[in-house]
Design a protein around this ligand. Structure first.
Ligand SMILES: C[S@@+](CC[C@H](N)C(=O)[O-])C[C@H]1O[C@@H](n2cnc3c(N)ncnc32)[C@H](O)[C@@H]1O
Length: 273
């Protein structure tokens, strides 16, 4: 059954694909995470005729990779509530769709992939169950999310640089949480898949050092631009924002990256009732 999308404060995706910074944000995510995601997808046994759904596809890089990896017999549908950044590719269908209304018509799916989407959406556990229910027997669900694990500073030019980095990141997490995001959800996906009756559930976690001037550091810069007004409203000063952006460009700076948690599970021939 399709449920109505919730409405009200805190129910909206915290970022905005129509922002001038959205293309940079999505490009950073693709460069950072696609090697991890495609590594997980490569381990799955998928037929050349697999029906694949990419929920909240953003720029569409995973959808394009799937289409190329599986070949012309596969069907790959890339959906997003805002398709303005979704680049078409051979073998990829695109559709504007809000996952809060339930999965798009056209299933069942042999693979459903979603990355950095459910963590932003209240009702994520109900959405996970709906995605599981739209898997074909033997189909795979792959969910990638960032977790709350602290972005510990490893090196910085001085203690104040480290402190401003942590303060802005902590405030960004508060801002995202106020929009309905849950940074603890990443670790609830694995038990959620097991509870939903999936088998072969497996989780990988990835984090590395993120150095000033790198793609990961530039993602911090871009996020601070995208959420500038919210960060200011939450008490971060213009001087702190300017310093934060200098810090993440400084080669002397290094911190733990966002921790990316990727969980996959498979629908058995019969789901428990
Ligand atoms: C952080 S981006 C991640 C994009 C892409 N999955 C990736 O990892 O590169 C989150 C994406 O989810 C989309 N999104 C947010 N709320 C959504 C919803 N209710 N239904 C479908 N997509 C949504 C956004 O428009 C955005 O493209």
């Amino acid at each position: 059954m399709n449920c109505p999308a919730p409405t009200g404060p805190g129910d909206r995706y915290a970022f905005d694909n129509s922002s001038t910074h959205a293309a940079d944000q999505l490009a950073c995510l693709e460069q950072l995470l696609d090697p991890v995601t495609t590594g997980v997808l490569e381990q799955l046994t998928l037929s050349p005729y697999a029906r694949c759904l990419d929920v909240g596809a953003g720029g569409g890089s995973v959808s394009r990779w799937l289409a190329g990896h599986l070949g012309p017999g596969a069907r790959v549908l890339a959906t997003d509530v805002d398709t303005s950044r979704l680049a078409a590719g051979d073998g990829v269908e695109m559709r504007r769709h809000d996952i809060r209304h339930g999965p798009p018509p056209g299933g069942p799916w042999d693979l459903i992939h979603t990355r950095l989407v459910l963590l932003h959406l209240p009702g994520r556990r109900r959405l996970l169950d709906q995605l599981v229910a739209s898997l074909a027997p033997g189909g795979w669900l792959v969910v990638g999310e960032f977790s709350r694990r602290p972005l510990t500073v490893f090196t910085a030019a001085d203690d104040d640089d480290a402190a401003v980095f942590i303060r802005v990141i902590d405030t960004l997490i508060d801002v995202l949480t106020a929009h309905g995001a849950d940074l603890d959800w990443a670790h609830a996906v694995h038990p959620g898949m097991v509870d939903a009756g999936l088998i072969n559930v497996h989780t990988t976690e990835h984090a590395e050092s993120c150095h000033g001037g790198s793609v990961g550091a530039y993602l911090h810069h871009v996020n601070s631009l995208q959420k500038h007004d919210d960060l200011r409203a939450a008490g971060i000063t213009e001087a702190e924002l300017a310093r934060f952006r200098r810090v993440v460009a400084d080669p002397a700076f290094a911190a733990r990256s966002w921790q990316f948690v990727c969980t996959r599970g498979q629908r058995p021939a019969q789901l428990p009732t």
